[in-house]
Design a protein around this ligand. Structure first.
Ligand code: FE
Length: 229
């Protein structure tokens, strides 16, 4: 009995496509050592157009340059990339305001026009890209291949155009966002209500955190929350 309980705690099983995977539970501390950039993914299908924040834009090869992005299936922009087979990825800099992260990363393009009230450029493939502080430039991309990753889809991409808006400055990393751009939550320590903070966007959940909880702002799972002491 003890052994069974131990196994249940140590191993996870899940299915991606038609492959069943049994894995040891990943240690989160080591996961957080992996470095990422932060980007705005923009996409359009028919009259629908939107954008979202991703941390998974990577160059994979040169000559020719190919890239990859991995996007949560819950995101409206995911569906737009899948339908149209193209997208634009804008590179963010350390000058990025939290308002930009909120605009593109913490509301749904299904209910809001994320380009409303800001400057934007239209790229050669007809997709808008924000033209605001913090946007260093963009790559316009065509989808070569998609890979089903369970909760997400990976898109393998080829660049068809790119443009630089700002030559100087540093690209935004996920760490820099966490340390210098995301506002620190104000917690009333006298209040005894159990509280959990989303490590991704700073959203605070009050009361016990269900294991299947999804952050209402950034759509990250319960494993990305930590208890406020
Ligand atoms: Fe969140």
């Amino acid at each position: 009995m003890v052994r069974k309980a131990f196994c249940r705690l140590t191993f996870l099983t899940f299915t991606i496509g038609n492959i069943k995977i049994k894995t040891r539970r990943i240690q989160m501390n080591l996961l957080f050592k992996i470095s990422y950039g932060l980007f705005v993914l923009c996409a359009k299908a028919g009259k629908e157009e939107s954008g979202c924040i991703i941390n998974t834009f990577l160059q994979q090869t040169s000559m020719p340059e190919t890239f990859s992005i991995t996007v949560n299936k819950r995101n409206f922009s995911h569906d737009l990339v899948k339908q149209s087979g193209e997208c634009v990825v804008a590179i963010l800099s350390t000058e990025t305001d939290f308002e930009t992260i909120k605009r593109f990363g913490m509301q749904s393009g299904r209910s809001v026009d994320k380009f409303d009230g800001i400057d934007f450029k239209t790229t050669s493939i007809g997709i808008k890209v924000p033209y605001i502080k913090g946007i260093m430039g963009y790559f316009a991309l065509k989808v070569l291949k998609t890979v089903d990753m369970g909760t997400h889809t990976m898109f393998v991409l080829s660049a068809v155009e790119n443009k630089t808006f700002v030559e100087s400055g540093d690209a935004l990393t996920y760490d820099y966002y966490q340390n210098f751009i995301k506002p620190k939550p104000e917690i009333n320590t006298k209040d005894r209500t159990e509280k959990w903070v989303c490590k991704i966007c700073g959203y605070i959940h009050e009361g016990p955190l269900p294991p299947d909880f999804i952050c209402p702002l950034c759509k990250h799972p319960a494993s990305d929350f930590e208890k406020v002491q």
